[in-house]
Write a new protein. Structure first.
Ligand SMILES: *Cc1c(COP(=O)(O)O)cnc(C)c1O
Length: 376
């Protein structure tokens, strides 16, 4: 018996590559053929497994990938998923010690610092090679990048660096739900890139839109879009109207491992936060906060078992939590409990109930949870 035996999995994330393909096709159809799609696979593809997701994206014709940092970039580059030449952009601005890894693995660098620019060019030149760079402009996100005027300066300097190949320029929006602020950000970005293009007579690959703006502001799609959450089956915020339908790619499941009947007034789990109002059956489910089912969900969540919804009760513990089965129930040991996904509770509602978002709960599904891939 090997550790791969499915019946040994306590918590499992079923990953539907069919749904992923569907979502890619929907996004492609939405943006049309003139716009490149960068598949965002950072954070282990939002918890879905970077290698499998990248392999699927490549099979669907995508050759641009976005990751959080050089570490993830190397994982993607050397992990074996990609069979064809691809552009991998690391979104973090590197520290000096990381530059040689960009060069060695031919990873595209986010550039927003003049010293890093010079150091990167010098290192690449020494090896008679070039590092691809995308310049990052801060138009209001306040995370990485220089403000437009300084960015324009850096852009002009970058172009003169013998060790660098300028492959793009980009910005990131702070609020996909606020059109006024987004428009202001976009205008600043366009003004800056127009100034560069007019003066230099060159055209740059310009990109700005992630999932929200991609859907909401077609004019902001520019040369490339950077969808993340949309690939995985969710809109960045549930109220966003959308012309496309995406399907959840991950279903988070666990098992019923124990059932008991408790008396009226019995309390359940640590700190005794839940008390039985009458005698009820209680099921213990084989997932806890170490699997990414947050402790904050205690007494807030529902789970689906055999197509029916049940209330989660008491504090979520590290490895298990409990649900109230009521008095009549045919649930039995070994049944699947669906924590969220296409057959179960809505992830966005679950996240909303604890002040979180779909992104965070997807990324929280821990490495202890076995990913199982299906083609449908
Ligand atoms: C994460 C990220 C994205 C993807 O955002 P979604 O809202 O998931 O589409 C795009 N661009 C950058 C720079 C990011 O960090």
């Amino acid at each position: 018996m090997t550790i791969e035996t499915p019946s040994l999995n306590m918590a499992e994330a079923s990953i539907s590559l069919g749904h992923l393909k569907h979502n890619i096709r929907e996004i492609k159809q939405c943006v049309g053929t003139g716009v490149r799609i960068m598949g965002i696979v950072k954070a282990n593809a939002y918890g879905h497994n970077m290698q499998k997701v990248a392999e699927t994206l490549e099979a669907e014709g995508i050759s641009d990938f976005g990751v959080a940092n050089i570490h993830e970039a190397i994982e993607l580059k050397t992990g074996g998923a990609l069979k064809k030449p691809a552009n991998i952009l690391s979104f973090s601005s590197p520290i000096i010690q990381q530059i040689e890894y960009y060069l060695h693995h031919q990873i595209d660098m986010t550039l927003c610092d003049a010293n890093i620019m010079k150091a990167a060019s010098a290192i690449a030149e020494k090896h008679n090679k070039k590092i691809g760079v995308h310049l990052k402009v801060d138009t209001g996100m306040g995370r990485l990048g220089l403000p437009p005027l300084q960015a324009l300066e850096l852009l002009r300097e970058t172009e003169r660096q013998p060790g660098l190949e300028l492959k793009g320029v980009y910005t990131h929006f702070a609020e996909s739900a606020n059109d006024d602020f987004t428009r202001r950000q976009f205008k600043e970005f366009k003004t800056m890139t127009d100034a560069y293009e007019t003066a230099s007579g060159k055209t740059l690959c310009k990109h700005a839109a992630s999932s929200g703006t991609l859907l909401n502001n077609p004019e902001m799609r520019l040369d490339m879009v950077r969808p993340g959450i949309l690939l995985y089956g969710y809109k960045p915020y549930p109220a966003l109207p959308s012309s496309i339908t995406v399907r959840p790619v991950m279903q988070f499941e666990a098992k019923v491992i124990f059932i008991k009947t408790v008396a009226k007034d019995a309390t359940i789990s640590y700190n005794r936060t839940w008390k039985a109002a009458r005698p009820v059956k209680i099921a213990t489910i084989s997932a806890g906060y170490a699997d990414g089912y947050h402790r904050a969900l205690s007494n807030h969540a529902t789970v689906f078992i055999n197509g029916k919804s049940f209330q989660q009760v008491g504090t979520v513990t590290m490895d298990q939590f409990m649900v109230d089965l009521g008095t009549e129930s045919d649930v039995k040991i070994g049944d699947r409990a669906i924590l969220f996904g296409w057959e179960g509770p809505c992830l966005e509602e679950l996240a909303g109930s604890i002040g979180s978002i779909s992104y965070e709960l997807l990324c929280s599904v821990s490495s202890r949870v076995k990913r199982v891939f299906t083609d449908d």
